[in-house]
Structures are given as C-alpha cells and as structure tokens.
Write a protein that binds this ligand. Structure first.
Ligand SMILES: O=C(O)C(=O)[C@H](O)CO
Ligand code: MG
Length: 255
C-alpha cells in the first residue's frame, strides 16, 4: 500500500495552516505536502512539522503573485531575476524544513512559444544545478488546462522531454494521477513506462478532485500498480474534501 501524505493546502482547511500539521497527524497521516510555506517563517513551519512527528514530502517553489493569477515563473521571459530569487527562497526554506523535493511551477505561457520554451529550459537547468548542489530533488508537473487554463507544461510527453534534456538523476516527474487522466488517460501503462523518472505522485478523484474511490478511476487498481512499479516515495492526497476533511477519510480503510 502506498505511503499517503496529506496535502495541507487542500485538506484540513477547517483550521489555520499552522494547525493543520497536528490535525493531519491526529488523523493518522505520517507525512505532509503543501503548495507554499512562505507565509510563515521556515523555522515555525519546521517546528510544527517536528512537533507533529511528520515527514515532509514536498512543497512548491514560490509561484510569483498567486493571488494575481500567476502560477509559476519558469517559462516567463523577463522574470528570470524573480525566478532566481524564488529559487533562493525555496532552497533556504527546504534546508530549514527538510523537504526532500521541490516542485518548480512553469507559469502561464503558450506551450509552443519559442521564447517561453527557451526561458523554461534555462530556468529548469538553473533550478537543477542549484537543487543538485543543495542535495534536494526537483520535480516538474504537467497540469491540465481545465484546472489551470494557459499553463505552460500541459503534456506528460513534453515533461519527459525536458527531464531528458536536463539529464540529472535528481530531476524527475511529478505524476499527478488527476492530471494524467484528464490530459491523456492510460494511467496504468504510463505509470509503468514512466516509473524510472517518477519523483512524486499525487492523487485525487476525476472529475471532481475529491477523495479516492469517488471518481471514474479504479483507485485500488492504481494504488496496486504504484506498489508494483516499486515507487518508494509518498503519494500526495491533493484533493478537495467533499464534505469535511475528517468526515472524508473513510477511503483510507477501504483501499
Ligand atoms: O495543481 C497541482 O496539481 C499541483 O500539484 C500544483 O503544485 C499546484 O497547483
Ligand atoms: Mg498536483
């Protein structure tokens, strides 16, 4: 059975972010992930993580101005300085909190735009070099256009191409089952084919992005395949609870 990590950006929203670590531990989780820890000092986040006895699975690099609609900067020409500063911040937080993985978000840009592609390649290489020096893993994630219209990295094959170009063992794929099903389908076979370069996995029901066992996919079969491919990382529960986080955790005893 996979090791599940609670996504504290989507789950336990009944309490403030810093209180979600204890809430996740009380609900039986042994690990957490979240989008962005940057609203709090890294030391405070680390303190809550350690007090709750949790492992940290992953968080994202700063995405630019999220409230203004930005969704990452890696593919944004002209934002290279902001990207470099975000990378510094992410690595500083990663060192204090102790995450093994950082997710680099691409931003909103046309996937075929040559300048965006060139900028993305440069920034991915920069992030690969810096995280490699810091001993931190780096993942990139294709995201579907229904949830994030205009997101630059919207195709798993393109993500594999970028990873192959960087050719660094610590740079891998964030395989979100929810996005895979919406973008391409073929979940089981792609898990097998991509297993060697999968750095992180996330799950949610399709199409509603709720708890497992409530969507169109056979989640039990997918979890068995995640085990079968020998994936040793965490599976991030990146879903919106349908009706209360704790009320929705019954799936964990049914998979
Ligand atoms: O959107 C997702 O699936 C993610 O995992 C990003 O990190 C946040 O949008
Ligand atoms: Mg995801």
């Amino acid at each position: 059975m996979p090791k599940f990590a609670a996504n504290l950006s989507m789950m336990f929203n009944e309490v403030p972010f810093l209180d979600r670590f204890a809430a996740a531990a009380e609900s039986g989780f042994k690990a957490v992930e979240y989008l962005f820890p940057y609203d709090n000092p890294a030391e405070i986040v680390a303190e809550r993580l350690q007090a709750a006895g949790l492992a940290q699975a992953l968080f994202n690099m700063p995405p630019g101005d999220w409230a203004a609609g930005e969704r990452g900067m890696a593919a944004l020409p002209g934002r290279e300085a902001d990207f470099a500063s975000a990378l510094d911040t992410a690595i500083a937080y990663a060192k204090v909190i102790g995450t093994p993985l950082l997710h680099m978000m691409a931003g909103l840009a046309p996937a075929s735009d040559s300048q965006a592609i060139a900028t993305y390649r440069e920034n991915l290489q920069r992030a690969a070099d810096r995280t490699g020096e810091a001993g931190i893993g780096l993942v990139i994630e294709p995201i579907n256009g229904r949830d994030m219209p205009g997101y630059f990295l919207n195709d798993f094959n393109r993500a594999l191409d970028f990873i192959a170009e960087v050719d660094a063992p610590h740079v891998k794929l964030q395989y979100d089952v929810y996005h895979r099903q919406i973008l391409h389908g073929d979940v089981i076979m792609s898990l097998r084919q991509m297993a060697p370069i999968i750095g992180h996995i996330q799950i949610a029901s399709v199409p509603d992005r709720h708890e497992p066992l409530t969507g169109e996919l056979d989640d039990r079969r997918i979890f068995a395949e995640i085990d079968a491919i020998g994936y040793q990382g965490y599976v991030g529960c990146e879903y919106r609870p349908a009706a209360g986080t704790r009320e929705g955790l019954g799936w964990m005893s049914k998979v």
